[in-house]
Design a protein around this ligand. Sequence first.
Ligand code: DQA
Length: 147
Amino acid sequence: MNILVIHGPNLGLLGKREPEIYGSRTLDDINALLSEEAAGREDVSLEFFQSDSEGGIVGAIQGALGRIDGILINPAAYTHTSVAIRDAILSVGIPTVEVHISNIHKREEFRHTSFVSPVAEGVVSGFGPESYLLGMRGLVGHLVKGK
Ligand code: DQA
């Protein structure tokens, strides 16, 4: 199973960015956490992508077609605004799990809406970097069931 992990805007600053919300771990730490988990399964291989631009993320999703079995995505701020990312996920038809470090429903009202959730297989939000791990386990379980 080839899984593409997509990190949206400002997540490259994790570790420095609002640590009271997002914690002290960096994006490299999160990718290492996922790589460690994947190393325990010989049937899972990971690819990582980060972009601050909506077009970059849409391009990565389109580029996954025919190559990638599942997408794990933290769309960050684009969660709440992007019809383009939602449409890209629908266009490629690749099972996608949405993750957030913070619990978006516990925060400002504008974060309560996700354009991505209705096209995702599942959503994990609020467990810090562990959200990614839980999301990946859910995605792998979903893909295994579909095989
Ligand atoms: C986030 C939550 C979003 O509302 C925010 O814009 C982010 C990060 C999270 O992981 O908690 O950039 O997706």
